[in-house]
Design a protein around this ligand. Sequence first.
Ligand SMILES: [Zn+2]
Ligand SMILES: [Zn+2]
Length: 262
Amino acid sequence: MHIFDSHCHLDDRSFEPDFEDVLHRAAAADVHRMLVVGIDKRTSNRAVMLANKHPGIFASVGIHPHDAQSCTQETLTHLTALASDPNVVAWGETGLDFNRMYSPRKDQERWLIRQLEIAETLDLPLIFHERDSQGRLLEILEATASTCRSAVVHCFSGTVAELDRYLEMGFYIGITGIVTVSKRGKPLRQMIPSIPADRLLIETDAPYLTPTPQRNTQRRNEPAFVREVLLKVAEVRKEDPAALAEQIWDNTCRLFRIDPSL
Ligand SMILES: [Zn+2]
Ligand SMILES: [Zn+2]
């Protein structure tokens, strides 16, 4: 099988002690590719460094809505230069998070709009993070719509109506280990069968959102566990896991414009 973890944070300090083991366990679980997603200047730098060091790792650069408050034009100029690295395959994660409100709404919106412009100029697909924005992310995306925009809504947690609008805009939908969690994953499991097969992505968001059953024994998530996400999505869709893995691999490579052959 070929499994692609389309969203993880391997730059996280929790991976420092056993980084090579994490990669070995991923390979043993057929997870041959991973996208390390930047959330600020430091993690974007580290994502590119890791991608240049390890085959199978790709990088994105961007400013997370949580970090919008400390973003400056200089930060974005730095990230724009970083994005010329051939291993940078996307811009993000960017978006809106009105759940935690670590940054004021006006900062989140201002830097989201600026990052949409940069991604368009650089012709890079986007990685969106959305939580509890009450339709505001969709409003901004529709107001700034461009014909060439491609994107994934990572860790999708929206409503059926929001899902429909994302799909209409041609976006991909990223499914995390939340799908494996009995109560919290229920709405997601109900929506997954209606997502077109060619728009599905799977991800760990490691070190966060450890799936079941691993979450019973350990706190930290890692790319190998994206296999559990694949198996649950296949079960919910009543599809063969190996065939679904190939479909999702192709989707991920198409979105991020990576050669699908290993
Ligand atoms: Zn996120
Ligand atoms: Zn993330």
